[in-house]
Design a protein around this ligand. Structure first.
Ligand code: GLN
Length: 488
């Protein structure tokens, strides 16, 4: 049994812990040993055996006392964009190398309250900017399905760790697709809730009007368990936190999907979509249709505009957010400098990587006098129109479905010095982000090279339960989510 502990889901592990057939300490030891054994993947940026074991012992004590919270003793790991007191936090950047936060992010604290044991911090693109995890200042992450390919990004370490069964579930953040796309590339289930559902407190800011936290796991049921623990108002600490009570997302998992109208945006199935991805997505949709859902064609006419709009707004917000890294308040400071301005310049030149600098420059440009109206303001107007397009579409359907990304995971280095190639691959995830809608990725089989393909589900505001319900029903009838990379 011990050899297959890592194949168990969060729900199964929680049951075994309660039945005392395994202890939290045993689980922490088992998964940490696996993380070490698969260190070549580059998924973890920090582990600390003593810290994790102390948390596991505390969980075991509560399990023994019979007052343990529902997920007590289940291991989890966090994208290194969430600040943690017990582990260093880098945001994948040299700028924050060795940084220790004096507090835990709300999401981290809530999962700890739910009893989960933190196994460490997971690699990601620098400040969550990227689609392949190749922008990490530390190292790229390998996709466990094919070590020569990217795991997706920016939550690439989270995706690789869960796919390789180094941890049963992980947190990610999604600003323009960073939970959904790596989940799709690594054969996982991942959900980004409605903007404002999960607190952004302690989540290092990239683009504040878009950033949202969410879970990545192997099943919809596990995502529902984690999301229920993560969400809920945090009004004093995040001014954009929604004043909507926490929900138990497991409650609606088994509802019938019969009669549900699934809208397929014709723009998501156009010429840019690879044949293998289209085939897998259609197969998943056919299964939902078999269960009584109805497929209807809809249109999201401004889909293509989501790319320029996002790549104006996100850098604009990033350029402002990242101004705090000036060598004075946090992290890196240049060693040799002549005066204050020189210190700022050298600190930022040394601390930030190329993609982050590109975004800061783009952002400063679109916000500058003379260009603000032409770019930033225009982008904000189109953003509103994109959100309105979704509301029109939701008059004809209950949920929207399509691919997560145009292709399966590409080869490490394939996009080389061409950032635009990465940006264009975000086309299907950006619209929901700009509208603040919940979106998820659900495994839908394998495509080219035996690589996983994800089905994307997008819901109206606060409809996470419905997305998880559809995903769960799909997973009850198929076993795409159970597929496993070779050698894992
Ligand atoms: N790929 C997008 C970007 O580079 C989205 C990243 C994210 O969601 N954090 O900005």
């Amino acid at each position: 049994m011990a050899s297959s502990l890592h194949d168990l889901s969060v729900a199964e592990l929680a049951t075994q812990l309660r039945a005392k057939s395994v202890s939290a300490v045993e689980l922490a030891e088992h998964f940490l040993a696996r993380a070490e054994q698969h260190a070549e993947l580059g998924a973890f940026l920090a582990t600390d055996r003593q810290v994790s074991l102390a948390q596991a012992r505390a969980a075991d004590a509560r399990l023994a006392a019979g007052d343990a919270p529902p997920l007590a003793g289940v291991p989890v790991a966090h994208k290194d964009i969430f600040v943690t007191r017990d582990f260093p936090t880098t945001a994948g950047s040299r700028m924050l190398q060795g940084y220790r936060s004096p507090f835990d992010a709300t999401v981290v604290a809530r999962l700890a309250e739910a009893g989960l044991v933190n196994l460490g911090k997971l690699n990601c693109d620098e400040f969550a900017m990227g689609s392949a995890n190749e922008n990490s200042a530390y190292r790229p992450v390998q996709n466990p399905w094919d070590r020569t390919r990217v795991p997706g990004g920016s939550s690439g370490g989270s995706a690789a760790a869960v796919a390789a069964r180094l941890v049963p579930a992980a947190t990610g953040t999604d600003t323009g697709g960073s939970i959904r796309q790596p989940a799709s590339f690594c054969g996982l289930t991942g959900i980004k809730p409605t903007y404002g559902r999960a607190s952004r407190y302690g989540m290092i800011a990239f683009a504040s009007s878009l950033d949202q936290a969410g879970p990545m796991a192997r099943t919809a049921e596990d995502c529902a368990l984690l999301l229920s623990a993560m969400c809920g108002p945090d009004l004093d600490r995040d001014s954009t936190s929604l004043d909507v009570p926490a929900e138990d997302f497991t409650r609606s998992l088994n509802e019938s999907v019969s009669g549900l109208r699934i809208g397929l945006p014709k723009e998501f199935f156009g010429p840019g979509l690879a044949g293998d991805v289209q085939t897998a997505v259609r197969a998943a949709l056919a299964e939902l249709e078999r269960q009584g859902a109805r497929l209807v064609e809809i249109s999201l006419p401004r889909t293509e505009l989501a790319i320029p709009v996002y790549y104006i707004i996100a850098p604009a917000e990033a350029s402002s957010n990242l101004s705090r890294f000036d060598g004075v308040k946090f992290g890196h400071r240049a060693k040799d400098y002549t005066d204050l301005e020189d210190m700022y310049k050298k600190t930022r030149a040394e601390g930030f990587g190329d993609e982050v600098k590109r975004r800061i420059m783009t952002g400063a440009y679109v916000l500058s006098h003379g260009y603000y109206d032409a770019y930033y303001l225009q982008a904000q107007k189109v953003r509103r129109m994109i959100a309105d397009d979704f509301q029109r579409a939701f008059q004809d359907c209950d949920v929207i479905a399509g691919p997560v990304a145009p292709t399966v995971a590409w080869s490490l280095g394939a996009h080389g010095a061409d950032p635009l190639a990465d940006y264009l691959a975000d086309i299907y995830t950006l619209p929901a982000s700009l509208a603040g809608l919940p979106g998820m990725s659900v495994p839908a089989g394998l495509g080219e090279g035996g690589m996983p393909v994800g089905l994307q589900l997008i819901g109206n505001y606060l409809q996470e339960g419905r997305l998880l319900n559809l995903a769960h029903r799909l997973q009850q009838a198929t076993d795409w989510h159970a597929a496993k990379p070779a050698g894992i």
